[in-house]
Design a protein around this ligand. Structure first.
Ligand code: FES
Ligand code: FES
Length: 234
């Protein structure tokens, strides 16, 4: 007698056959491979030799740890922020061998043999003092989340181009997103910093004593001294 198999049964039989075949294929592929052991294996680590903010160090880092996590979680350098985590916002900006990089796109293992500078190092060296003062004066920040990355990027720009146009500043900081202040005040601050630095260079050339690192507290004294000097030396 002929057995009639319904289409639904036929479908189930075929499906189960395919599943069983898949299971056997997977078992064959994994033969001799300790899958459970591999799943439980601790993350692979690599040894790096690097310098962070002029301090030489060696560290054992997980192969998949990104640079900004290493800086923040391992070294406590929380000035580099984590925003988008995929290279768009610029909050994680740091300098590696002097070049601006995204800390979320670079692995910690990749800075082996390199020098890394974060906002903490740049700040301590006084390198950013003029920019910081100008950001303060121009109210070029509100929540401050973007500010460390913005300052490092602006400093890198002024090093390349001491008198950038507004368009150049906008173009250069276009990889750093500010979600609350807006860019007008930031561009103003960078331009002020460029002018102030140029003025300090001019003053030094004519023997005017430099006022070191004009910080917000002594800005009025600084501006007053510079303006008096300009009046005396038209
Ligand atoms: S967190 Fe790295 S670019 Fe946004
Ligand atoms: S100051 Fe808030 S994101 Fe820029």
């Amino acid at each position: 007698m002929r057995t009639v198999v319904s289409p639904a049964t036929l479908y189930r039989m075929k499906r189960d056959t395919v599943r069983e075949k898949d299971r056997m294929d997977a078992a064959a592929l994994c033969r001799g491979f300790d899958l459970e052991g591999a799943m439980n294996e601790p993350a692979r680590t690599l040894r790096i030799d690097t310098s962070v903010n002029a301090e030489a160090m060696q560290a054992e880092v997980p192969a998949r740890q990104n640079l900004v996590d290493f800086l923040r979680e391992r070294l406590g350098l929380t000035g580099s922020h984590v925003g988008c985590e995929h290279g768009v916002c610029g909050a994680c900006t740091v300098l590696v061998d002097g070049a601006i990089v995204r800390g979320c796109l670079m692995l910690a293992a990749q800075v082996d043999g390199c020098t890394v500078q974060t906002i903490e190092g740049a700040d301590a060296s006084g390198r950013l003092a003029t920019l910081q003062a100008c950001f303060h004066e121009r109210n070029a920040l509100q929540c401050g989340f973007c500010t460390p990355g913005m300052l490092l990027t602006a400093a890198a720009l002024l090093e390349r181009d001491p008198a950038p146009s507004r368009e150049t500043i906008r173009e250069f900081i276009s990889g750093n997103f500010c979600r609350c202040t807006g860019y007008q005040a930031i561009v103003d601050a960078v331009q002020d910093a460029a002018r102030r630095t140029a003025r300090a260079v001019d003053n030094a050339a004519v023997g005017m004593p430099a006022l070191a690192n004009p910080a917000p507290d002594n800005l009025s004294a600084y501006n007053c001294a510079v303006d008096n000097h300009a009046a005396d030396n038209p």
